[in-house]
Design a binder for this molecule. Structure first.
Ligand code: 13P
Ligand code: SF4
Length: 323
């Protein structure tokens, strides 16, 4: 069915009205379009958004992010309606790790603990002992007893970085993010020559060759916080460029340079899944209360256990920003 919107409608106003009417909260990831970030009640990284979902008293959670994020909110809040503006907003990392594949790896290492990055399906979460995000992964890995082997899924780049950070020998699922593997170490090196004062700030999903050039490695929240501490600095930003919207608002005088992709002709540093959500789709999903994220109760309960363990082990303070 074709969904139409009155061309004279002020979407910002209409969304604000629907928020009141539905007792809804809009949670947005840093990779969303600036307009979506601007109508959100809370903007954050994956951990902060999961924490915000766990805390909210709203009846409806509108998740402006990708499917695994909305699914996480539903796992934590079975009694609430969780809406995702575009149900096709997936994630290449989550897709790279089908549950059958992880089951086969678990059979090879039956005594290993499974730590899964939150970028995975509810089925994969349900097969895991503990979930982590890019901002708490070191802490989560360190919570596993030293004499226990670890399978880490699905991001091999984050996994390799964590092996270095924690000294733990982990079996890595060979997944990766199509956005973060796009950055070119060669072109970043060339940019550093042009901008010798610029600091390279990178997300740990980037390839090892890019992380080797980084001065700061961290989650989207950690990268934003770093820029905030240096409001007049220059930065080469090796993550999805949506994050630069908040960085620009925080620090109008900072020089922000998007790290270049290997392919000079594409905009492949933009996450095609995150960018499926638009302000129009956000309005429509709140107007029509669909698409809704749901899952069988048995699966939800199995996925909740490792996710709740992560929330319990994480710092209580909410990062991100409420608007
Ligand atoms: P954050 O943990 O920084 O939110 O990362 C999420 C993500 O999808 C990065 O690609
Ligand atoms: Fe998934 Fe990568 Fe997009 Fe993040 S940026 S949602 S990891 S595809």
């Amino acid at each position: 069915m074709q969904k139409s919107i009155d061309p004279n409608l002020d979407l910002f106003e209409a969304i604000a009205e629907l928020k009141q009417e539905r007792n809804a909260v809009i949670l947005a990831h840093y990779y969303q379009d600036p307009d979506i970030q601007d109508v959100a009640d809370f903007i954050g990284d994956s951990l902060a958004l999961a924490q915000a979902a766990a805390k909210t008293e709203a009846d409806v959670i509108v998740f402006a992010g990708v499917h695994f994020m909305a699914e996480g909110a539903k796992i934590i809040n079975p009694g609430k309606t969780v809406l995702l503006p575009d149900l096709a907003a997936g994630c290449s990392l989550a897709d790279s790790c089908p549950p059958e594949g992880l089951a086969a790896l678990k059979e090879q290492y039956p005594d290993h603990a499974v730590v899964s990055y939150i970028n995975c399906s509810a089925e994969v979460k349900a097969m895991s002992d503990l979930i982590c995000t890019s901002s708490n992964a070191v802490r989560m890995i360190n919570s596993i007893p030293l004499d226990r082997g670890i399978i880490f899924a699905p991001d091999q780049n984050l996994g390799r970085y964590l092996i270095k950070q924690t000294g733990r020998d982990m079996v890595l699922w060979q997944g990766s993010c199509i956005v973060h593997e796009t950055f070119s170490a060669r072109r970043i090196t060339a940019l550093k020559v042009q901008h010798p004062d610029a600091t390279v700030i990178a997300h740990p999903e980037c390839e090892e060759s890019v992380l080797a050039l980084a001065d700061v490695i961290g989650s989207t929240q950690a990268l934003r916080d770093h820029v905030r501490k240096h409001p007049r600095g220059s930065f080469i930003v090796a993550t999805e460029p949506g994050i630069m919207h908040q960085m620009r608002k925080d620090c109008p005088q900072a020089v922000l340079i998007a790290a270049p992709p290997k392919d000079e002709t594409c905009a492949c540093n933009e996450c095609p899944f995150m960018r499926l959500n638009t302000l129009e789709k956000l309005y429509l999903c709140m107007r029509d209360m669909t698409p809704e994220v749901t899952m069988p109760e048995g699966l939800r309960l199995r996925a909740l256990a490792p996710l709740q363990r992560m929330l319990d082990l994480s710092a209580p303070a909410l990062a991100g920003s409420a608007r």
